[in-house]
Design a protein around this ligand. Sequence first.
Ligand SMILES: C[S@@+](CC[C@H](N)C(=O)[O-])C[C@H]1O[C@@H](n2cnc3c(N)ncnc32)[C@H](O)[C@@H]1O
Length: 245
Amino acid sequence: MGDKEYDDIAGAYKDSKQLSFRKYIEEYTLFRLLGDIRGKSVLDLACGEGFYTRKIKQAGARSILGVDISSEMIALARKQEEKRPIGCNFLVHDVSNLALDEKKDVVSAAYLLNYAKTASELLQFCEVAFDSLTSGGIFVGFNDNIAANPNFAPSFRKYGFEKSASKVQKEGDVIRYTITNGNGTAFSINNFYLKPETYSWAFKTAGFSNFSWEGPFLNPNQKENSFWDTFMEYAPLIGFKATKK
Ligand SMILES: C[S@@+](CC[C@H](N)C(=O)[O-])C[C@H]1O[C@@H](n2cnc3c(N)ncnc32)[C@H](O)[C@@H]1O
């Protein structure tokens, strides 16, 4: 499961983290869901080049391990850690069969779950998150909003991306993002559609008792800025949260 498509687009993806929606919505939502992580041990699933791995460590996490299937993304992550060591650890591994010796207080996953093509793949991701957590630990993340079919929304071009999908979506259908960076470089990535009921089922079956979609939340310092109205009304992306009771 989980191909290595990011090996070819690692640099372009890293650059795309400079788009303003990342900061004002993606990062703001993720950190609001993470809460106070000072002193916590954290696992960052599908960490990519470590954008959030580093930010979570800088926000005071006691320890952090970032895991990604793409060796190129992890190479970029390690390069940044070598250049400016802050104590992030990285591992090249498929999340679907990850088994750690040590349990974590928090599991974070920005854009992992939307790579599941089937209910059983989604369940595997959720089970790995559940098994990696201490009792009382939280699983939070940011994801494609499967409930927001782009055929019924305006273009998101002004935010630096386009989202496309079939009008009537069925399990495993592709949701395609074409991202255009500030320097004009464009690249595409494929996410996969699974029904909202499938997400609820996977979290529950993995053992989580209270899965919820959250946000997206806009940084309050942007609340007077109408530029964000389309994003907030049609929410192409969304956060989530679940607890291991
Ligand atoms: C959109 S990127 C997000 C990276 C990072 N979380 C961020 O927000 O910048 C998605 C990442 O998921 C990784 N990925 C996809 N399937 C995976 C799997 N089964 N196991 C581990 N990583 C996976 C990709 O290699 C890619 O780096």
